[in-house]
Design a protein around this ligand. Structure first.
Ligand code: BES
Ligand code: ZN
Ligand code: ZN
Length: 495
């Protein structure tokens, strides 16, 4: 979609003028987009009789001169938030009555907090909502809306700043679209090798970014036995993709943040095979890596003054005659031995070696993201991400960024008892706990064993929110959500 600020080009007679209205106790509160004559005209329409301006309610109408209008209901003005705006803009852009190629919005009529955050929410809502995964459809998805004209009374200098907000927001939403494409890609197209290649290709033109890919040979050399044990039954090479973004100016104060992601291009469960119903959709088991990649990519394109490392552990979890058998004891890169009691608890094994590798880079903080446990959906529901870790300050910053971007995130505890439960009597650790309770936190307790030198670490379990977040108008009903990326970009902005 194209966004024009104060531009008359692309505005045609078919352009739709959006007229927001709040609805308060059955009373209509017309915003500044309406002038007196328009209000009178609207009030005289039979169409408008039952209009209550509740959120998402629309009345499309024409003036005598033939101009197209839509009265856009926003619900109560009290408590109308940036997130409300994001959602209403998403609904507007994808609504079934949206038949025009271009529309015009008066920024002042929608202003909440500052114009910056207003524009940001408009662009995010519309861009995220009009995403479609149509690569494999013979008939491509059609989005009628192509141009959004944003009208403002601001002076030229402020308009320039607002244009920057649009451009920066688009860098983030485009990165989210790339992450969604990766997650939605089927496993016969996206495997560890094609995935790593696609990531490498994508960042090749971004300033300040370097790429290193550790394949099977390198992983063997570094003794990443846990990662390799997951890949043992695979037809494809494991790929540990290591990306680095170095900002133009680096001083002693420059923060170094590492993002680590679980990139299971498909999770069959291995010998501990998933039942058919639970296996469907396990192409999305690489959502953690796609999330981290998108946040990394956005940070580099935004030229944020923070050094960012991104380590993505890519493989599938498949079965062949070489696949790891339950009861195996495997040694990780750190020398820690793990009794593998369930080959379906594979994400933590891949992450363990990736985290150990990342610690050697001595970042100030490590954040990992993974579709790690089904238990996460039981603990916090399928609409919330769980955050755990060893540093409440880091967790607090992530929770704050989640709040800033209106994403749902909740902290779970890692208590000593969970650590105790992850110990094996014949190896240093086992890869599953002794009961089905607290699965998300026990997986995190397992991961904590691979964090060296007291490095600040936070783990995001996105098993619930990775896909199918249709309750949000800016997420597809089915398929990758792209959630948490905005939280991470906000965190990196403030790092
Ligand atoms: N990828 C799954 C986690 C998952 C399950 C995500 C369902 C989304 C929906 C992970 O590898 C897994 O299978 N975990 C097991 C762990 C168990 C064996 C301790 C699980 O959650 O059942
Ligand atoms: Zn699994
Ligand atoms: Zn998995």
């Amino acid at each position: 979609m194209k966004y024009n600020l104060n531009s008359t080009k692309d505005v045609t007679s078919s352009d739709l003028l959006v007229l927001p209205v709040f609805g308060e106790d059955k009373e209509l509160k017309f915003t500044s987009a309406w002038d007196k004559s328009l209000k009178e005209f609207f009030n005289g329409l039979t169409l408008a009789k039952n209009f209550k301006a509740s959120a998402g309610e629309t009345v499309f109408f024409n003036s005598i001169e033939g101009q197209n209008f839509v009265a856009l209901g926003l619900g109560s003005k009290k408590g109308f938030s940036i997130e409300n705006l994001r959602r209403e803009m998403a609904k507007l852009a994808t609504g079934s009555k949206m038949k025009t190629k271009s529309l015009t919005l008066s920024l002042e009529s929608l202003k909440i907090k500052g114009l910056d955050s207003t524009i940001n929410a408009i662009v995010e809502g519309m861009e995220l909502a009009t995403y479609a995964f149509d690569e494999h459809l013979s008939k491509k998805a059609e989005c009628t809306l192509e141009v959004v004209n944003l009208d403002t009374k601001e002076k030229a200098a402020s308009v320039k700043k607002l244009q920057k907000v649009i451009d920066e927001t688009l860098l983030v939403t485009q990165s989210i679209a790339i992450a969604r494409d990766f997650v939605n890609s089927p496993p016969n197209v996206l495997n560890s090798e094609t995935y790593a290649k696609a990531v490498k290709k994508d960042v090749s033109k971004i300033n300040g970014v370097s790429v290193k890919i550790n394949g099977k040979k390198e992983l063997k050399k570094m003794g990443a036995g846990l990662f390799l044990s997951v890949n043992a039954g695979s037809a494809f090479e494991p790929q540990m993709v290591h990306l680095t973004y170095t900002p133009k100016k680096v001083t002693k104060k420059t923060k170094h943040v590492a993002l680590v992601g679980k990139g299971l291009t498909f999770d069959t469960g291995g010998y501990s095979l998933k039942p058919g119903g639970s296996m469907v959709n396990m192409k999305f088991d690489m959502a953690g890596s796609a999330t981290m990649f998108a946040a990394f990519r956005a940070a580099a394109l935004l030229e944020l003054p923070v050094k960012v490392t991104c380590v993505l552990g890519m493989t599938d979890n498949a079965v062949n005659e070489h696949a790891t058998m339950p009861d195996s004891i495997v040694t990780g890169r750190s020398g820690t031995t793990v009794e593998i009691l369930n080959t379906d608890a594979e994400g933590r094994l891949v992450l363990a070696d990736c985290l150990d590798y990342t610690c050697d880079l001595k970042p100030d903080a490590i954040i990992d993201a993974a579709t790690l446990t089904g238990a996460c959906l039981v603990a916090v529901g399928s609409e919330t991400a769980a955050v755990l870790g060893n540093d409440d300050k880091l967790i607090g910053s992530l929770l704050k960024s989640a709040k800033n971007t209106s994403e749902y995130m909740w902290q779970l505890p890692i208590i000593p008892e969970f650590h105790e439960d992850m110990k094996s009597n014949i190896a240093d650790l086992k890869n599953i706990g002794g009961s089905r309770f607290g699965g998300t936190a026990k997986a995190a307790a397992f991961l904590e064993n691979f964090i060296k030198d007291d490095i600040s670490w936070a783990h995001l379990d996105i098993a619930g929110i990775g896909d199918s977040q249709g309750h949000l108008p800016y997420c597809p009903k089915k398929g990758a959500s792209g959630l948490v990326i905005r939280t991470l970009v906000d965190y990196l902005r403030n790092a």
